[in-house]
Design a protein around this ligand. Structure first.
Ligand code: ATP
Length: 269
């Protein structure tokens, strides 16, 4: 269980996250929504401890994440895998090595320096690539892949971290509608098939409603909505985005509520 209590993160005097409190039960797929600058990225980065909270607490299964330092903090970052809008792969390295990077936290320093990966880690990484239909790309340089393929590599890297929670920060923001659906389906599969909790920032309300079982709405750093997608009325959406609701609800791929999407050969096996 993730518990966020009175969390505040400031840049100078500005509170990017302002007294945020909520809980996420294991196995949830929670969307964080709100207009640009609402504090969604800072919230996820603070939970991962990439940003430092000024006030409040983050607890995970009773562990006080806000108090962690050194090795324990590195272990927490491995347990709470981040997925970024810009993929954050090492472009000059091949796909398999990029996925293996997700195992670094489990390796002794000498081994990570020599870059000799244990056979079981290589098997795990290949299996993750198979989950997302990109095993044939294992030997290719990451910078030769399309955006959608790169994001699937990033998701495979997150999966081999064997995290308790995935924090996805606008994972589809730079993708076309087809790749948006592929990547969102991949996240949904991780959530439903592997039972990993997902907290996902999304600009598109339509996508958030299709994929998430709960929505947290932010405005000016504060949590202003927390409930099931069905509870998010057009009136609340308009307030959240300060826009005509139609402006934030159109132009996204077909919903996938019918069940867990089958992905890759491993999934089909
Ligand atoms: N590193 C930083 N330094 C200073 N201010 C920052 C920094 N990161 C974020 N902010 C500010 O904090 C506020 C929240 O930003 P944040 O990126 O968390 O919002 P967001 O909802 O994720 O927006 P977007 O959807 O555009 O990514 C904004 O006013 C932003 O300008």
């Amino acid at each position: 269980m993730l518990v966020v209590e009175g969390l505040t993160c400031r840049f100078g005097v500005k509170a990017a996250v302002d007294d945020a409190s909520f809980q996420v039960s294991p196995g949830g797929f929670v969307g964080v929504i709100g207009r640009s600058g609402a504090g969604k990225s800072t919230l996820l980065r603070t939970i991962n401890r990439l940003a430092t909270p000024a006030q409040g607490r983050i607890l995970f299964d009773g562990l006080d994440v806000t108090a962690l330092r050194g090795k324990e903090l590195r272990q927490w970052r491995a347990r709470s895998a981040m997925i970024f809008q810009q993929f954050n792969l090492v472009g000059r390295l091949d796909v398999l090595t990029n996925v293996l990077m997700g195992r670094l936290a489990t390796m002794p320093a000498w081994r990570s320096l020599s870059q000799t990966w244990p056979e079981q880690d290589r098997a795990l990484a290949m299996s993750a690539l198979e989950q997302f239909d990109i095993a044939p790309l294992a030997a290719q340089r990451a910078d030769q892949l399309s955006g959608g393929q790169q994001q699937r590599v990033a998701i495979a890297r997150a999966l081999v971290q064997q995290p308790d929670i995935i924090l996805a920060d606008e994972p589809i923001a730079s993708l076309d509608p087809r790749n948006t659906k592929i990547v969102m389906d991949a996240l949904l599969r991780i959530n439903k098939h592997f039972g990993i909790t997902v907290l996902c920032n999304l600009h598109s309300l339509d996508l958030a409603r299709s994929y998430c079982d709960r929505l947290i709405g932010m405005a000016q750093g504060r949590v202003v909505f927390d409930g099931a997608p069905a509870e998010l009325t057009d009136h609340v959406a308009r307030e959240l985005y300060d826009l005509e609701a139609a402006e934030v609800m159109g132009g996204t791929p077909a919903p996938v509520r019918q069940g867990i999407p089958a992905l890759g050969r491993a999934a089909a096996a």
